[in-house]
Design a protein around this ligand. Sequence first.
Ligand code: SAM
Length: 424
Amino acid sequence: MFTINNSFELRDKGRSDSKDTALLPRHRWYVLKEAFSPELVMSAINKAEVKEGELIIDPFSGSGTTALTSSLNGFKGIGIEVNPFLAFVAETKLISREPNTINKYLPLIKNSFNKQVKSHLEGISTFSETNNDEKWLFNTSVLRTFESGWQAVQTIPSTTKKIFQLCLIGAAMDVCNAKPDGKCLRYKKKWMDLDYNEKDFKDAFEKRICNVIEDINQTTLNKSSNIVHADCRKYLETLVDEKFKLCVTSPPYLNSFDYSDVYRPEMFLGRFIKDNNDLMAVRMQTMRSHIQASWKAPERIISSHLLQESLSKIIERHDLLWSNKIPSMILAYFEDWDNILRNLDCKSEKNAQLWIVVSTSAYAGIEIPVDLIIADIATKHNWYLQEIGVLRYIRTSGQHWNNIEDKAQKPSLRESVIILRKQI
Ligand SMILES: C[S@@+](CC[C@H](N)C(=O)[O-])C[C@H]1O[C@@H](n2cnc3c(N)ncnc32)[C@H](O)[C@@H]1O
């Protein structure tokens, strides 16, 4: 039976969140609320004693914290990310480029802001104000100034263009009427009074591009680091040329959170997707941790008594579930894990380490010890559990408990890091 280390040295130090990232060079170019801290990656690099030339990977790269931290510290980091916008974010943070190129083209972009160009998103969904909507994400002048800048960058060489595009999308999101909050976008308090306009957008862009110029001057990267835009479940099977020494990752938690939904505005703004069919195609490639897509049903029962135990209790209380797809989602999630852990075993060096940041989950009032179950599955694929260190305890979200009468029974969920070593 595995034990949980409640006195873990990284506990309650903000290592599973991105609060300390907003001021850090390059990381600050786009901060994900769900990102973990670069400090966590540094702890893993030090503990695993990674040496120059050894590879560090993150199959669920998100905003690229692992690859960027590795690269900034002289190591080769590879991130794999299925969401095209997030892959773009992480890839852009790894661009080495002289600030002179940015300065050369900056006046072109700034001048373009003087005219407003009709956006392809006007009138679509809740992107802009229409006669019928009570709420909309972007005020028309913001969308049009963004569009004008977007068209201007099309003539710029590719890498510099990406930097400008990231700043344009970032600026638009700074003055968006809603912001990410847990599973969804939530409208800002008194968003109408904020009354964002083209000046707010231009100021936000200016701030972002200044940060980029400052950071590019001050940072050196390991130039062989990179980001792959792919579904890691498939990509890991084909990664043949190199083995990794360390994997630091945080998958989607088993909490029905769909990243494709939360980053939908960015995907549309940046033309990474053009309609809801494209959005669904992205969703279909994500880890089966939510019910927003019609997944293939799980094909195998993963042998883990902890999984079976939680699942049977949840099925007994099925009338309390907010969707009847939840038991299948739980099975599918761990089936994905089984495949990933097998592939990670094949692609790792003999003394490799895995650091996996996850949270436990709860459905129908039953807690699912996700960290213990993943550790259990990992041991069947040549991984030896070093420890499960608690990073923090968190409040359970309302949705998990809506139907539970006895609120006093609410357990708090645990965010932890599972540290595994390859068995030699
Ligand atoms: C918790 S976030 C990772 C955040 C990241 N640690 C950071 O610091 O930004 C999980 C990420 O996994 C990605 N993801 C989900 N399914 C995936 C898949 N099948 N292959 C690759 N990435 C996937 C999501 O798009 C999301 O960006």
